[in-house]
Design a protein around this ligand. Structure first.
Ligand code: GLA
Length: 385
């Protein structure tokens, strides 16, 4: 939750007090999500077939597999946990989640965090109970259970909020979360250019695309579509191109590396969507590569921008806090193709050291440009100093 007060004022004649409040809002957001949140979410693999035992098993595997040590922390229950409301309007989980507080305690004891899901409309996307008209009670329940993240998904809210009213749906819940008194990361999904008002409405992350699916074409379409949104991301407030599909059985290793590289370049939340209890060593290695995760989690929090696009070949660059630059050379199409990055396009002169972040290998000194043969649907990710 970022503080949000006053941020809709026009840029003209901004009083000093307003500037202070916006600054405070940004600071508030940064405390909760200083780098893009990392974790796991039930939806991509389990959809509605999720229950308490499965969530606990995923948490156990997050620790045992080394995902937790790599930085993954949130264990997020998506849609389909919701039960009925009592006479006072307080929501209860359905019988698949007998005790939400006990589940939160279980995760917290492992050093993990619990995420939960709702909608600003009366029904969620899977037609379970949403928060419309019950924002205060729901925020109080989440805080009481020990929830650490709320994914607030548009769904049926489309029939209740229109045009300029859309941000108010999120402000209502954000205010309720603040009043409930527990720090809860606020993850938002609405229609339209939410990135333009997401921070002001209290968001820490907001979906910028429709749903990902377990498909190379869909994954690359939404990932590369993030071009131009870089100015809206920063510490505490992140663009979210949806959760990862790595390890769900359709993307090969090259495509999974591309997916991971692109999301890390975009400073996107890294929310795994696979079954952590059965993942292959290759999936595990891709999801936990420390040099690639460091790109995502860099303290500067700058989202990469596209430097060059020639047909299916793309070059993206992410400036890092230590002054180095990470460059992604992406081959979106068939066959192995050479890709070159000219250092002048990166604002870099003289000789630089190049390191390959997937090979974990220093490649030596380069002047003027760097070229690599990049395989089909693959990426070469380098860090230059
Ligand atoms: C929407 C969201 C998904 C998921 C489902 C749950 O489609 O975009 O990520 O949360 O709802 O019903």
């Amino acid at each position: 939750m970022a503080g949000r007060k006053g941020s809709f004022a026009s840029q003209a004649a901004i009083p000093a007090a307003f500037v202070f409040l916006l600054f405070a809002a940004q600071l508030g957001a940064q405390v909760l999500a200083p780098t893009p949140p990392m974790g796991w979410n039930s939806w991509n693999h389990y959809a509605c077939a999720i229950d308490d035992a499965t969530v606990r098993a995923q948490a156990d595997a997050m620790v045992a597999s080394g995902m937790k040590d790599a930085g993954y922390q949130y264990v997020n229950i998506d849609d389909c946990w919701e039960g009925e409301r009592d006479a006072n309007g307080y929501i209860y989980p359905n019988k698949k989640f007998p005790d939400m507080k006990a589940l939160a305690d279980y995760l917290h004891a492992k050093g993990l965090k619990l995420g939960i899901y709702s909608s600003p409309g009366p029904l969620t996307c899977a037609k379970y109970e949403g928060s419309y008209g019950h924002e205060r009670q729901d925020a109080e329940s989440y805080a009481g259970w020990g929830v650490d993240l709320l994914k607030y998904d548009w769904c049926s809210a489309r029939d209740y909020y229109h045009g300029p009213e859309i941000p108010t749906a999120f402000i209502k819940m954000h205010d309720a979360l603040v009043k409930a008194g527990r720090p809860i990361v606020f993850s938002m999904h609405a229609r339209g250019p939410i990135w333009e008002w997401g921070l002001a409405a209290g968001g820490n992350l907001w979906r910028t695309t429709g749903d990902i699916s377990n498909d190379y074409g869909r994954m690359t379409a939404i990932g590369f579509e993030e071009v131009g949104l870089e100015k809206y991301a920063g510490p505490g407030h992140w663009n979210d191109p949806d959760m990862l599909e790595i390890g769900n059985g359709k993307l090969n290793d090259a495509e999974s590396r591309l997916h991971m590289s692109l999301w890390c370049m975009l400073a996107a939340p890294l929310i795994a969507g696979n079954d952590l209890t059965t993942m292959s060593p290759a999936t595990r290695a891709i999801l936990t590569n420390p040099e690639v995760i460091a790109v995502d989690q860099d303290a500067a929090g700058v989202q990469a921008h596209r430097v060059r696009e020639v047909g299916p070949l793309e070059v993206w660059m992410k400036p890092m806090a230590d002054g180095s630059k990470v460059v992604g050379l992406f081959n979106r199409e068939q066959g192995t193709l050479p890709i070159t990055v000219n250092f002048s396009d990166l604002g870099v002169g003289g000789a630089v050291q190049v390191r390959d972040l997937w090979a974990h290998k220093d490649l030596g000194q380069f002047t003027g440009s760097f070229s690599a043969d990049v395989g089909e649907h693959d990426v070469v990710l380098i860090r230059i100093r």
